[in-house]
Design a protein around this ligand. Structure first.
Ligand SMILES: Cc1cc2nc3c(=O)[nH]c(=O)nc-3n(C[C@H](O)[C@H](O)[C@H](O)COP(=O)(O)OP(=O)(O)OC[C@H]3O[C@@H](n4cnc5c(N)ncnc54)[C@H](O)[C@@H]3O)c2cc1C
Length: 487
């Protein structure tokens, strides 16, 4: 039976549009592509009713990666403000580490409007207001999607040779996937961060570049303010900001117990806004391009990407593949990289007439080479930082980070602390020795993990053994990292 389309991109969010554009580009518009989203055409790509909840920051490097390959430029108004990078401050604010380099603050409400217009021009078809509930199978192959058409309340079914799952972190398609034992369906609760942010105008308060900097995205690491995550002040103009924070639930509970408080995400966000000395009289933006997006909460994953990302006729990308970077939850960069890469892999598979698991497998190797090699190590690093106290984080950032480490961090890589104890430095206090040991340990594990990802199986056959060995090391590492905890 002929399929309705060559490719269906499920989920028309940030990643879905890039994936659709890339498939169109690499096929010279010769493939029929359908993008399906549950939102109305008025609000394309919205994560949920409160909007396109995001910190809105992304690196120029990732945008360039996409633009150079699939010739889609991002300009104003989807780029709202330029920044020179991200500056992460220690809890005592005495140390700041720059990373990510030049970047952009996006307008996430405008971006999908503009992206959809571009995507349409590239020959992609759209169905809106479709709530997808599952996949359609033919033996080992996924051959379509199904759901409800919210306009007509009628069942909805469409078939394709390949289904790209770009439905975000809560993906119903992945959760219930039936044709793979390799793809992980769910993640641990502690690999998810609850995050919220406001987009606001404000009056200038005290001049304090640790609280607001029009040229830098500021991150505050602080286990009291944002337990298990971080808080951020990202500039959108001299008097406009994206301000928010993310927490890990169990670490928030520990923090509340420790401080005798009963805070939740909303109260932490309010406290964070109030304590900012540079931002006064902040008000939610009423600009037309923010009005449907000025405040909201959503979740984001902070682990390595799914160990396996393809099955017969099915391929995961973006948040539905848990691609946000484990250390800072930045999901736009990897989404741009993976969405771009995927287009070529999907087109190659369709042209080779092999859209089986094996036919789509190359996607893993290409994504790992470009980005995915570093994420498991960063997952360990994130877990270690989550176990540290504010004093330990401040001490570690001040004393253990040399220029080489900062450079590694700026490239989004795990810094190499393997020589830490050999430096002959005097480390004050048992708690700080714990930090040094922890950093040394995650560095060593990271080296093994990067090498292991370099040996990702070239075909599905080798996957089981590769994954077994990955999980053995990760389980041992998680257990060891927990012993560094002083919470
Ligand atoms: C508070 C917060 C702050 C963040 N800050 C940053 C940041 O500053 N920088 C950064 O790089 N990343 C950040 N991220 C992560 C970033 O927002 C995501 O990585 C990015 O939006 C992922 O895009 P996506 O298209 O994969 O998923 P989504 O944006 O979630 O899009 C999924 C799309 O699929 C649709 N959909 C879902 N289910 C169905 C269904 N069943 N049927 C039909 N359609 C469906 C959704 O409505 C949506 O349109 C942040 C995340 C949060 C929550």
């Amino acid at each position: 039976m002929d399929a309705d389309y060559d490719v269906i991109v499920a989920g028309g969010g940030l990643t879905g549009t890039v994936a659709a554009q890339s498939i169109s580009y690499y096929s010279n518009q010769n493939l029929s592509i359908l993008s399906i989203d549950r939102n109305s055409e008025m609000f394309p790509g919205r994560k949920s009713n409160p909007g396109w909840t995001c910190g809105d920051a992304c690196s120029k490097e990732a945008v360039d990666f996409m633009t150079e390959r699939i010739k889609v430029p991002w300009t104003s108004p989807e780029i709202e403000h330029d920044v020179k990078g991200v500056m992460a401050f220690s809890p005592d604010k005495e140390t700041a580490i720059p990373f990510d380099g030049d970047g952009y603050m996006l307008n996430r409400q405008k971006l999908p409007e503009i992206q959809n217009a571009r995507t349409k021009k590239m020959g992609v078809n759209f169905d809106f207001e479709i709530n997808l509930t599952g996949l359609i199978y033919d033996g080992p192959q996924v051959i379509g999607v199904q759901g409800i058409n919210n306009k007509t309340k009628q069942p909805y079914k469409k078939t394709a040779k390949v289904i790209v799952d770009a439905t975000g972190v809560t993906s119903m398609l992945r959760n219930q996937l039936e044709n793979s034992t390799k793809i992980e369906k769910k993640i641990e609760r502690r690999d998810l961060e609850s995050t919220g942010r406001h987009i606001m105008y404000f009056d200038k308060g005290e001049e304090d570049l640790t609280d607001f900097d029009p040229d830098f995205c500021i991150i505050h690491l602080d286990q009291d303010i944002a337990p298990g995550g971080y808080a951020w002040v990202f500039p959108k103009a001299d008097n406009k900001v994206n301000i928010g924070l993310g927490v890990e639930k169990s670490i928030l509970d520990q923090r509340n117990k420790r401080l005798g408080k009963n805070d939740n995400l909303a109260s932490l966000m309010e406290e964070y806004l109030q304590r900012n000395k540079a931002i006064k009289n902040a008000k939610l933006s009423q600009d037309p391009e923010d009005i449907n997006n000025n405040t909201g909460v959503f979740q984001v994953s902070v682990r390595r990407q799914n160990d396996c990302m393809v099955s017969g006729g099915y391929i995961l990308v973006g948040d539905s593949a848990w691609m946000p970077k484990p250390i800072d939850a930045g999901g736009i960069g990897p989404a741009l990289i993976a969405g771009t890469i995927l287009g070529k892999n999907v087109v190659d598979a369709i042209e080779a007439n092999d859209v089986t698991e094996k036919g789509l497998w190359q996607y893993h190797l290409d994504f790992i080479k470009e980005y995915g090699y570093k994420t498991a190590g960063l997952e360990l690093f994130r877990r270690l930082v989550q176990t540290l106290t504010n004093e330990q984080i401040s001490y570690g950032m001040k004393h253990f980070l040399g220029n080489v480490d900062v450079e590694a961090i700026s490239k989004g890589e795990h810094p190499d602390f393997s020589g830490l104890s050999k430096l002959g430095m005097i480390i004050r206090g048992a708690m700080n020795k714990t930090v040094a040991n922890g950093l040394k340990y995650t560095s060593q594990q990271n080296q093994w993990l990067v090498e292991h990802y370099g040996n990702y199986p070239k075909e599905p056959e080798g996957f089981e053994e590769w994954e077994k060995s990955l999980h053995k090391t990760l389980d041992e590492s998680f257990a060891k990292i927990a012993t560094f905890s002083k919470n």
